[in-house]
Structures are given as C-alpha cells and as structure tokens.
Design a protein around this ligand. Structure first.
Ligand SMILES: Nc1ncnc2c1ncn2[C@@H]1O[C@H](COP(=O)(O)OP(=O)(O)OP(=O)(O)O)[C@@H](O)[C@H]1O
Ligand SMILES: [Mg+2]
Length: 588
C-alpha cells in the first residue's frame, strides 16, 4: 500500500499544535464564524418550536394576531439563518483558502531548497501530491471540519434540549432509537471510508498505467504492446469498477436505512404521543414539533461522522506535509560564506571520495586541477562518474571525503548562491520550461535584454532555427519543448549558458545521434562556449576532446589518466583503447 493511503489516528495533539500555528494568522475568521455558526444553528432549529407555539396557543384559540406574530418570527428566523449561514460558509472557506495559500507557498519554498538527494528518493508524483492533494485535505479540515464541528454539536444540543424541554417522557422514548442511528451512521462511514480508499488506490494504479502508456506510446506501438496493455488496462478497470460498486452498495443501503430508523422513531412518537394527546397530557403542537425535530436531528449526526473522516484524512496529510517541512536541506550554506569579488574559475578536486548511498563509492580518491580559463574534458565509460563530478562541482551533493576548491576556497565555505551564479550548466538531458524561447534562454532574468538574447543565440548557432519558428523568439514551447529536435534543444541550452556569461562552464554533452548539419552547428557552438572561461566538459565528440587543454580519463570512479590528446595517445593506455574503439581504429 502506498504511504498516501495509510490512514492513521484521527487526532494527534502534536500535529494539531503545528496546524494551529497555521491558523493563528487567520484566527479572526474563526471569531467571525463561530457566533454566526451558533446563530445558524438556532435559526435552523427554532422552526418546530414556533410551529408548536402557533398550533397550541394561537390556532387552538383562534388568535389571528398572535398567529401573524409567529409567522413573522418564522420569517425573521429564516432570514437570519440565510445571512448567518452565508457569512459562516464564506468566512470559514476563506480561512481555509488562505491557510492553503500559506501552506503551498511555504512548502514550495522549502521543497525548492531541498537537496537533490531528496528528489532522487522521492518520485515527482509524490512530491506533487504533497503540494496538491495533501494541502487540499487540510483545506477540508479548516473550511468544513474544525469550525463547523461546533455547529453540529450545538445543533444536536439545541434539539436534544428542546425535546426534553417540551416533554421529557416522550424525549426518552424518542432517544431509544438514537444509539442505533449513531451506530449505523458510524458503521456506514467506516465502510465507505474503506471502499473509498480502495477506489482511490485503484484510480492511482489506472492513472499511472495510463500515464506510462500515453507518454511511452511510441514504444508501445513499436513493440506491438497494444493488445497486452489493453488486457492489463481492462483488468485494472474491472477492479476499479468493483470497488466503485462497493461504495454504491453502501450508499444505496444507508440512506433508506436511516429513513427507516427515523421512521421507527416517528411511529413511536405518533403512537405514544397520540395516546397522550387523547389523554390530554400532551398538546397537539408538541406532537408536531417532536416529529419535526426527529426528522432533522439525523443531519448533524451524519455531518459529525463525516467530520471524523475529514479529521483522520487531514491528520494523515498533515503528517506527510510536516515530514517534508522537517526534511532539512542537506546542502547547508556556510554560516559565514565567502563571497568572492573577482571570480576567476580555478577548480581543484583533492582526494575526493563520494557515494550517493552509504559506502557505495562512485568517486574514489579523485584529484585534478583546472587553471582559470582552461578546459578539461572528462572521458570514460558510461557509469564511470562523469556526471557525478559535475554535480559535485555545482554542490548538488556534498562529498564525504577530500576537498573541492574553487579559486582556492573550499566549496563548503563558498556562498552556494554565488557559486552557482558563476557556473553555467548544460546537461545531457536538456530541460526546457513550457514558456517562450526567450524566457527559456533568460530564465526569468530580466536583466538580460532581448538584444543580448539574440546575440547569444547567434553565437550558439540557435538564431537561425529560432527565427524560423512560428513566433520566433516568442514561440511558446510546450511540454518540455516537444516541438524541437534534440539538437535544437541543445542549441537553446547553449544560448542559455552563454546568456549568463559564467566564469565556469559545465557541459554534459549529449550522446544522442544528431544529424551532421546540426552536429557541426553544435561543435561550433561548443567551441564558442569554451572561449574565455574555465570549462569542464563531459565529452563524447572527438572535436571537443581534442580541443580541450586537458583530458581526464575516468574508470570506475578513479582517475586513470590525465593529459592532452597527444600525450594520452602516446601512453597507449585506456584513452588510446577508448579512442580506437570509439573512432573505429582511426589511429594506429
Ligand atoms: N542520483 C543518483 N543516486 C544514486 N546513484 C547514482 C545517482 N546518479 C548516478 N548514480 C550512480 O553513480 C554512478 C556514476 O554515474 P554518473 O551519472 O556519474 O555516470 P556517467 O559517467 O555520467 O555516465 P554516462 O556516460 O552514462 O552519463 C553510476 O553507477 C550510477 O548508477
Ligand atoms: Mg552522465
């Protein structure tokens, strides 16, 4: 079972305390809503009593004036209820929305600062759920749970009080069915909760299946998986149907059941009350009021049991939300960060050991130095740790042993923001936002003018194809740039890197095959990118490798060779072999 689905306690005082912290800034709404709520309860439940008064005191005596008076009172009560219920609904929901707003903002800010390790461990879907449905569950608590509970309790108290006030003997008789009513309601709620949970689970399964199928449609069609996937889908769909049917059954039986129990109470009132009316120990008006009250008391009872579910759901959600809040950002900026005035871009790795998990060393005792303005090409088999070196330089992860220096300052002492400001990173897998090309290059930095963007796009060889897009630089990219080719996306990311004119350029070259024309554009652009700055490039292209001042050969997380192209070829070692393998024995 996914952790989303585990239902915990309905009340946890520690969680509640933390939740109340979020209510505090908006507590004025509670002060407004509570009196309105009481007013609503009174207004809604005064009707039967007025009816009784009308029947016993005025209709019976033919007192028209009094009757008009009661009718007027009734109207006033209805109007007051109208206004107070409106106000109460409005303000409690407003409070709920404002708390949600705060929560989302805080959560988003927190999530943004979490280290990449967190995102390695938590799939996108889960993090999204925290920010959306979990927050939504809390909204239910604040807008229809916490405050309105008072209203329900108050209504039950008013009705009970009224019944006993009118006639305590008949009240006792009426109350004999209430335990059954309570029991049936809570039983129903419990069963529905389980059924709903199953529905939710099944829906989640179907959703993820659909998502995979749709986004991987090309693979599905290419491998003729349609039939198999269809069968899988039908199977899951059947299970979803079954779980829905379970909830239908519960609902179909519950409401008639409650009617039935209520009717038993009413038939008892008619019998016992009727007999007493004939004996003249109970007025006719009281009898009518009793019947009316019994018909409405079920409502707050049902609502109360609903609140129990809301509370339980909200507790589970808030626990998950607070777990996110309690996750410390692993990359902690030094308390007295060094902010370099003139960033040069000299990089040194000194005996660096790093593991993503435990002692599973991905980098072992890695040392190298790149002077400011120099370029270093990282070469090695897949999984040898090239991308990892890049992540470490950007301080996406902290190393376990050794030291990384930038301009002679340990990475841990440098201001993280400052460090990243001076690094431009072009990744293997280019990420584009669903925004205009322009904004994808400047990434929201309005200091970069449009003219500058065109200039860097030209340098990155991206200008030509961008100009040909339907809207030029204003073209909106949808779904991570699905209308662009891989090579074009790469060129845009180069333009992005150039726009920020960093001291250090980090480039993880894409391995994907690109048509020869784009290939030469890219080669050209990489050359442009490497000018006047330190660059570390995970290189697959021979041209890039040859152009680099230094080449570092990485093998299973260890530095095996370091030197320039000619030197390494002369060594006749790993680089030599790699080179021969990759470039089809061009050397001998
Ligand atoms: N986020 C991560 N969490 C755990 N392990 C990881 C993570 N990223 C990479 N690894 C592991 O670290 C090792 C080095 O990965 P890395 O991505 O640095 O290789 P690479 O040299 O860039 O390979 P490629 O040429 O295929 O891009 C691999 O064994 C990989 O499984
Ligand atoms: Mg890589």
């Amino acid at each position: 079972m996914q952790d989303e689905e585990v239902l915990g306690k309905a009340y946890d005082s520690k969680l509640m305390k933390r939740l109340i912290e979020f209510i505090k800034p908006h507590k004025k709404y509670i002060y407004i809503a509570l009196p309105l709520l009481c007013l609503t309860s009174v207004g809604e439940n005064i009707g039967p009593f007025l009816t009784k008064e009308a029947i016993d005191n005025y209709i019976a005596n033919g007192d028209l004036g009094g009757l008009a008076w009661i009718a007027g009172l009734f109207l006033i009560a209805v109007s007051v209820t109208f206004v107070s219920r409106f106000g109460q609904t409005y303000f409690t929901n407003l409070m709920g929305q404002k708390i949600m707003y705060d929560l989302r903002v805080k959560l988003f800010k927190h999530v943004q600062n979490l280290s990449l390790k967190y995102f390695d461990k938590n799939p996108v879907g889960r993090v999204m759920t925290r920010l959306t449905s979990d927050v939504e569950a809390l909204n239910e608590l604040f807008s229809s749970g916490l405050v309105t509970v008072f209203g329900d309790v108050f209504s039950i108290a008013i009705i009970t009080g009224m019944l006993f006030y009118l006639d305590w003997k008949l009240a006792l008789i009426t109350f004999t069915v209430f335990p059954i009513l309570f029991y049936v309601t809570f039983l129903f709620k419990k069963r529905v909760r389980f059924a709903f949970r199953e529905v939710k689970l099944r829906t989640a399964v179907i959703n993820s299946q659909l998502q995979e199928n749709i986004s991987g449609m090309n693979v599905v069609q290419l491998f003729n998986r349609e039939e198999r996937n269809y069968e899988n889908f039908v199977k899951e769909n059947n299970e979803l149907l079954d779980s829905h049917v379970k909830t239908i059954f519960n609902f179909a039986i519950f409401f008639p059941g409650v009617e039935f129990i209520n009717s038993i109470a009413i038939s008892m009132i008619i019998w016992f009350g009727g007999v007493r009316n004939l004996e003249s120990t109970l007025t006719f008006g009281t009898l009518v009021a009793f019947i009316q009250y019994t018909q409405v008391i079920f409502r707050p009872i049902r609502d109360l049991s609903e609140k129990y579910n809301i509370l339980q759901g909200a507790m589970a959600s808030s626990e998950r939300i607070f777990t996110v809040f309690d996750t410390e950002p692993k990359i902690i900026n030094s308390p007295n960060p060094i902010i370099k005035e003139n960033f040069q871009g000299e990089i040194e790795f000194k005996n660096v050991w790093f593991a993503y998990e435990g002692e599973d060393w991905v980098l072992k005792d890695v040392s190298f130095k790149v002077e400011a303005g120099e370029s270093l090409a990282l070469v090695g088999a897949t999984g040898s740790g090239k991308s990892t070196i890049i992540s470490l330089l950007c301080r996406f992860y902290d190393i376990q042993k050794g030291e990384i220096f930038v301009d002679g300052v340990s990475l841990k002492d440098l201001d993280v923001l400052e460090l990243r400001k001076n690094i431009s990173l072009v990744l293997q897998d280019v990420f584009l936002f669903s925004e205009s090309v322009l904004n994808n290059i400047r990434l929201g930095n309005s200091e970069i003018s449009e003219a500058q963007i065109v200039e860097v796009a030209k340098k990155a060889n991206a200008h030509d194809f961008i100009s040909k897009l339907s809207d030029g630089y204003k073209t909106q990219l949808r779904e991570r740039g699905s209308l662009l080719s891989t090579g074009q996306k790469q060129l845009i990311s180069f333009a992005r890197a150039l726009a920020f004119d960093p001291k250090i350029l980090v480039l993880d070259e894409a391995t994907s095959n690109i048509d020869t024309e784009t290939e030469s554009l890219i080669q050209d652009a990489v050359h442009e990118l490497m000018q006047n700055r330190t660059s570390i490039i995970v290189a697959h292209r021979l041209s890039t490798i040859q152009e680099a001042d230094k080449i570092l050969v990485l093998h299973k997380g260890k530095v095996r060779e370091i030197g320039n192209h000619q030197e390494l070829l002369a060594n006749k070692n790993i680089y030599y072999k790699l080179y021969r393998l990759q470039y089809n024995l061009k050397v001998e």
